[in-house]
Design a protein around this ligand. Structure first.
Ligand SMILES: [Zn+2]
Length: 313
């Protein structure tokens, strides 16, 4: 596996090697007196993360927090395994999603419906975590990392209704999970992440606007790494979200059919991924995490619910 990447401010990026590929999902370790890992990736690749933490000198008692941006299995699937390997760690997650980590049966079953065979080859089941070790948080809560350092937690719905971001005021680093989108190696621009079942366009836009007001010094995507410069990247994310949603909505008005919306998005945005002979996995990464069908399904579902007056906003 790849050694952890050294980032400014005592941060380290551990490549989870999701699906056996580099740079699919990052876990970020904040090295403070009470260290926090932000994201851990799926269960099936969790040994890479546990080994990565050990190589960084973390003994089982050392990890204080595992912060999960949300409970999709490409972010949180290995949380039960991390909790077991690091028995002092508190698992921090939105209060909206917390119960699914304590009793993950529904999360695993719904993920199996979405991921199909990839559940057995890439993701794996999330194992239950004792309720006493899961802290469901609301907007504005704060984690004490020791030595005066804190991690601020923001409720940032849109991509999912159980999404949070973490802001390290010491370094200005903002960990945004999937709420800004994805930018994998070979992608020319940020691509929105708009999956079903609870993508909400208005909430996603509000979340991006809130991030801009925060003026972070760096924005870390889970998939994958820093996007720079941060304010321009957040503006780009908003612009991409607008163009993708307008394209999907126009297609939806032509034919209210998933295949049509998927094909329309694919026609318009396929050239966003550069084929690089030096990186044969580029297309595979994008297909795994940022496929047109998933984005189309989330957008289409949102438009239908909105037109029925059933969205949150
Ligand atoms: Zn997600």
């Amino acid at each position: 596996m790849t050694p952890a990447e050294i980032l400014p401010g005592g941060l380290r990026a551990i490549d989870t090697m999701t699906a056996g590929m580099t740079k699919v999902t990052a876990g970020y370790l904040i090295q403070a007196p009470r260290p926090a890992l932000v994201e851990c990736g799926p269960a099936l690749s969790i040994d890479n993360v546990i080994t990565g933490l050990r190589e960084l000198g973390m003994d089982p008692a050392d990890l204080a927090y595992l912060v999960l941006s949300h409970i999709h299995l490409d972010h949180a699937g290995g949380a039960g395994d991390v909790a077991k390997a690091f028995p002092s760690a508190t698992v921090v997650v939105s209060e909206v999603g917390a119960r699914h980590l304590v009793e993950p049966e529904r999360l695993n079953a719904s993920s199996r419906r979405v991921y199909g065979d990839l559940m057995d080859s890439v993701y794996g089941d999330c194992t239950p975590i004792d309720a006493g070790r899961v802290r469901g948080v609301a907007d504005g809560e704060r984690l004490d990392l020791g030595g005066g350092r804190v991690l601020d937690l923001l409720y940032t719905p849109g991509h999912a209704k159980h999404h949070i971001a973490a802001y390290d005021a010491d370094t200005g680093a903002l960990f945004v999970g999937d709420s800004v989108g994805v930018k994998l190696p070979g992608m020319k621009t940020i691509r929105p992440a708009t999956p079903p079942p609870d993508f909400d366009l208005v909430l996603a836009e509000q979340t991006l606007s809130r991030y801009r007001d925060l003026e972070p010094s760096v924005v870390y995507l889970a998939h994958y790494g820093a996007v720079e410069p941060p304010i321009e990247a957040l503006q780009e994310a908003s612009e991409r979200l607008r163009v993708w949603s307008e394209t999907a909505e126009a297609a939806y008005h032509e034919h209210d059919e998933l295949d049509h919306v998927t094909e329309t998005l694919a026609r318009r945005f396929a050239d966003e991924v550069v084929t690089d002979p030096a990186d044969p996995e580029a297309e595979e990464r994008v297909a795994l995490l940022s496929g047109f069908a998933s984005n189309a399904a989330g957008l289409l579902r949102y438009f239908k619910l909105r037109d029925e007056g059933r969205t949150a906003t």
